[in-house]
Each structure stands twice: as structure tokens, then as C-alpha cells.
Design a protein around this ligand. Structure first.
Ligand code: SAM
Length: 278
């Protein structure tokens, strides 16, 4: 059994918080999904200081964190399902963290699911998957790479085919990049997107950089993490890169499955397709 070494980077540890939120969803009256890998993660590392302090904080605040992440997870689950229904057989999750989708979403045979993250997180995730014993539902490939450097080369080396349509998942990461780094990420993934590709993306609302987000930012700051980018013009921004997309606020009842999601954390959830060259 491989050792499980929790990443030391504070930014990578945020992936544990989100996985905990997905684990919490299983205990809700009508869960929007089940995430057995998140359950396994909590069973393995709930006592690690990186996660235990966060869980304690969540229990004493009336945070909308778990509710928002439940809606966000279900939103992207459904959009990925739609992309697979159009024939896409290649998924790339950028900054995948400990996302449990390749162990829980039904993938058509032949679907390859690339999970790109920093080396220490990729190593942790691979060990976690193996220790969980969960059977894969998709052909998962871990890719150790830095999104602020050349990540296309390791992605290709892992078997990614840029002439095939891709479903890109950009969840829980753009807010930790500067606007310039976010633009570079969009330029990079668009250059690798064949016609028929899908883009599924989350971004932070600008209000979270003001009073609305003060408490969240203070909590993150104690852990050495900061929001560095936010924007409200998601559809227009994506169009400049060649994507036709629609964005919903996380609070939008249209995507909420009856869940009441509070204004914090304020974020956008967007899905789009590549605009054809004609
Ligand atoms: C909040 S977590 C999101 C994880 C996952 N997408 C989810 O929603 O559960 C942020 C993730 O971004 C990854 N990350 C941060 N900076 C990165 C970089 N420069 N390159 C690759 N991954 C990065 C971290 O390691 C971490 O796994």
C-alpha cells in the first residue's frame, strides 16, 4: 500500500476542504451525488491538522461552503455528462485536487480522464486512489504539472490528443491565479481544443474581493492562501478566447436542485463550447 503524504502547500490543501464538503453531501436528506473517494479521504486524513482545523471552523460558522460546493459539483457532473453524450471521450481536469469523478461518474468505454495538478498533489491523489480500492469508472491518468509553467508538454506526454475534442474542467483554481495567469491558462487550453470541445469553468465573483468576501479571505489568509483573481463578465471574457458560454451565479435556483445557496462564496459556474472557425 503506498504511503499517503498530505501536500504541504497551503494552496494544495484547499483541495481537502472541498473534498470534505463533497463528503458532507452524502449525509444530506436528498444528496445531489455520492463521492466515495471523498468519504475515503475523510476517513484517512480527517485528523491531519490541515483538515481538522478547517472542519472545526466549518462546524462553528454558518457557512454556505458545503451547500455551494454540492451545487457546483452537481452542475459540473451534469455538464460533463452532456459533453460525453456528444461523443467527447477525453476529459482534462486542470488543478484536479482530490476530485472523485473518475471513480464515480459513468464514462463510456474508451473515455480517458486526465487529472493535472502539482507534483505533490498528483502523488497524494494517486496514492489515495490506490488505497481506497475503489474501482475506476473512467480511465484516469494523473499528470504532474504546474499550470504556471509548460503544462501542455506533460499533458501530451501522458497521452492527451489535441486533435480530439476535449471536455476541460477548470474548477476551484482561477481565483488563486492573477488575471494575467487566468488569461494565459485560457489561451493555453484553447490552443489545445479541437472543434467539438467543451469548457466547464468556475470563477470568483468580484464582490468576493470586497466586504462580502472579507470573512472568507481572512480565513484563507490565516492558512497562507489568497484570492488573486475574480471577474463578472464570464461569457464575454470566454468569447474573446473563442468559447460560447453561459454563466450562472452559484445562487441561481435554475441550477440549485432546490438547494438554498447563500451569497458566500460568491462564484460563477459556466459551460460553453468552442466557436467553430467558420
Ligand atoms: C481548491 S483546490 C480545487 C481542486 C479540485 N479542482 C476541486 O474542485 O475539488 C485547488 C487545486 O489547485 C491546485 N493548484 C494550485 N496551483 C496550481 C498550479 N500552479 N498548477 C497546478 N495545480 C495547481 C492545487 O494543488 C489544488 O489541488
Amino acid at each position: 500500500m503506498p504511503d499517503l503524504t498530505v501536500p504541504v502547500s497551503a494552496l494544495s490543501q484547499t483541495a481537502l476542504y472541498v473534498a470534505w464538503a463533497r463528503h458532507v453531501e452524502a449525509g444530506q436528506p436528498h444528496p445531489l451525488f455520492a463521492d466515495p473517494l471523498a468519504d475515503h479521504l475523510v476517513a484517512e486524513v480527517a485528523d491531519h491538522p490541515a483538515l481538522s482545523a478547517f472542519i472545526a471552523q466549518m462546524k462553528v460558522t454558518s457557512s454556505g461552503f458545503p451547500a455551494y460546493h454540492a451545487v457546483r459539483t452537481r452542475y459540473f457532473d451534469d455538464r460533463i455528462g452532456e459533453a460525453l453524450d456528444t461523443g467527447v471521450r477525453q476529459v482534462v481536469a486542470l488543478a484536479a485536487g482530490v476530485d472523485g469523478r473518475p471513480a464515480r461518474l459513468p464514462c463510456p468505454p474508451g473515455t480517458r480522464w486526465f487529472e493535472l495538478d502539482l507534483p505533490e498533489m498528483t502523488e497524494f491523489k494517486t496514492a489515495l486512489v490506490e488505497r481506497s480500492g475503489l474501482p475506476p469508472t473512467c480511465d484516469r491518468v494523473g499528470v504532474a504539472a504546474d499550470l504556471l509553467a509548460d503544462w501542455a508538454t506533460p499533458l501530451r506526454a501522458a497521452g492527451f490528443h489535441q486533435d480530439e475534442p476535449t471536455a476541460w474542467l477548470v474548477e476551484g483554481v482561477l481565483m488563486y491565479l492573477t488575471p494575467e495567469e487566468g488569461d494565459a491558462l485560457l489561451t493555453g487550453l484553447t490552443a489545445l481544443s479541437a472543434p467539438g470541445s467543451h469548457l466547464l469553468l468556475e470563477h470568483l465573483q468580484v464582490a468576493m474581493l470586497g466586504e462580502l468576501g472579507a470573512e472568507v479571505r481572512a480565513g484563507l489568509s490565516k492558512r497562507g492562501v489568497a484570492f488573486r483573481g475574480a471577474r463578472d463578465d464570464i461569457a464575454d471574457w470566454l468569447e474573446t478566447f473563442g468559447w460560447r458560454a453561459r454563466a450562472h451565479a452559484g445562487t441561481d435556483p435554475e441550477i440549485g436542485h432546490g438547494r438554498a445557496v447563500g451569497p458566500v462564496p460568491g462564484a460563477w459556474l459556466a459551460a460553453g463550447t468552442r466557436i467553430s472557425a467558420e
